[in-house]
Design a protein around this ligand. Structure first.
Ligand code: NAD
Ligand code: MG
Length: 390
């Protein structure tokens, strides 16, 4: 029996994780559930899944949640705040942690899980982008097991040798190819991109996801963050990580080997597949996802990404090549820009400009400490936010 903590259980990934877990009551038990502010939804989840602990963001949310749960006779303990998140991610009787908080806010509890040597199911790509080297060191130093949940990285994991150890050359890995759907604006006239609304941007053609990652998919910053994520997970330099547009989202990513073989992982675009894979690895379990119907799909299309249409992808490659604190700055500025866009404070094209200006402004640190990562993250957020008023 695996005891699982889900950080961000009310989000898109959190809900999909619970959907897989309830299919296998003989294998998984929910240790803790956490949410930032959706108290009613978390209460419903607690009553259904009976975790030992539930964590919310504030004292006020905690007292509301505790009130609802008490009324229903629930025994779940309610806590709040960052320390409580870290505690449920590192608790002795928790075996696996689904890191599904969105943004850099997920870093501390995810790092706590890595430091406690847990099996870390990583959806929260921003944590890895923000402080990749420290995070990977924490995983290695504490014997944690890192399982990628992002569909592309989970696909790559499935296409790599079982004993792969982050050395592409030693395993004959020539390229990692990340597929990208191209999002909702792949074909939209470039000169109309300035006018797109948040609702148009979050309407992803293939995946149902949280609002932040949906905007990232529309700018293709999501793919840029994934290039950086792939670098840390698989030890590949930027030159060995390619992006190819594949609008059908059937091939989730590929690995090219020295002998010319290209291995791909395919499936319907449903996050329950990578979640089930990572939860049960090395076994395979039912996820609720139907297999693909190849004749119905008919053709698979692949295209080169257009950096003119998607400048955020170029910015992310630049940040990876620069290394050090550059990805931290990129990620922080992007989080502020996307938040501002979703609240109608800036236009869609301003996202790129805000990220670029912040990257040019904030001091670069080659080998940041954890404190310096947080300082840089804060400085970049403040600077990006200061641009909104202009
Ligand atoms: P979402 O917005 O649907 O859910 C986010 C969750 O994080 C919620 O439970 C929310 O309560 C919690 N949260 C938000 N801010 C918080 C804070 N400050 N402190 C604590 N908790 C907080 O997001 P999502 O789509 O489920 O994505 C979660 C993560 O997984 C992101 O990093 C995203 O990039 C990654 N991811 C998502 C998908 C997908 O299909 N949704 C695919 C690949 C990767
Ligand atoms: Mg992805």
């Amino acid at each position: 029996m695996q005891n699982v903590t889900i950080l961000g259980s009310t989000g898109s990934i959190g809900v999909s994780t619970l959907d897989v877990i309830v299919r296998h009551p003989d294998r998984f038990r929910v240790h803790a559930l956490t949410a930032h502010s959706k108290v009613e939804e978390l209460a419903r989840q607690c009553l259904q899944h009976r975790p030992l602990v539930a964590v919310v963001g504030t004292a006020e949310a905690a007292s509301r949640l505790a009130g609802i749960l008490r009324e229903q006779g629930s025994k779940t303990i309610v806590e709040y705040g960052r320390d409580a998140l870290c505690a449920v991610a590192s608790a002795a009787d928790c075996h696996a942690v689904m890191a599904a908080i969105v943004g850099a806010a997920g870093l501390e509890p995810t790092l706590a899980a890595a430091r406690a040597g847990k099996k870390v199911l990583l959806a929260n790509k921003e944590a890895l982008v923000m402080s990749g080297s420290l995070f990977m060191d924490a995983v290695a130093a504490n014997g944690a097991v890192l399982m990628p949940i992002d569909s592309e990285h989970n696909a790559i994991f499935q296409c790599l040798p079982v004993k792969y150890d982050r050395r592409p050359d030693a395993h004959g890995v020539a390229k990692i190819i990340l597929t990208a759907s191209g999002g909702p604006f792949l074909r939209r006239a470039v000169d109309t991109l300035g006018d797109v609304t948040p609702e148009e941007a979050v309407a992803h053609p293939k995946w149902v996801m949280g609002r932040k990652i949906s905007v990232d998919s529309a700018t293709m910053m999501n793919k840029g963050l994934e290039v950086i994520e792939a670098h840390w997970l698989f030890g590949a330099p930027a030159e060995k990580i390619d992006v190819v547009i594949h609008p059908q989202s059937v091939v989730h990513s590929m690995v090219t080997y020295a002998d010319g073989s290209v291995l791909a992982q395919m499936g319907n675009p449903d996050m329950r597949t990578p979640i089930a894979h990572a939860l049960a690895f090395p076994q395979r379990i039912a996820s609720g996802v139907a297999p693909i119907d190849l004749p119905k799909i008919g053709q698979l299309v692949f295209e080169q990404p257009d950096f003119g249409r998607f400048p955020c992808l170029r910015l992310a490659y630049d940040a990876l090549s620069a290394g050090g604190s550059s990805p931290t700055i990129l990620n922080a500025a992007n989080e502020i820009a996307v938040f501002a866009f979703l609240h109608n404070r800036i236009g869609f094209l301003d996202i790129t400009e805000m990220v670029e200006r912040t990257m040019n402004k904030i001091d670069f640190i080659e080998k940041p400490t954890l404190e310096e990562y947080f300082d840089t993250d804060g400085e970049a957020r403040n600077f990006a936010a200061s641009l909104i008023q202009l």
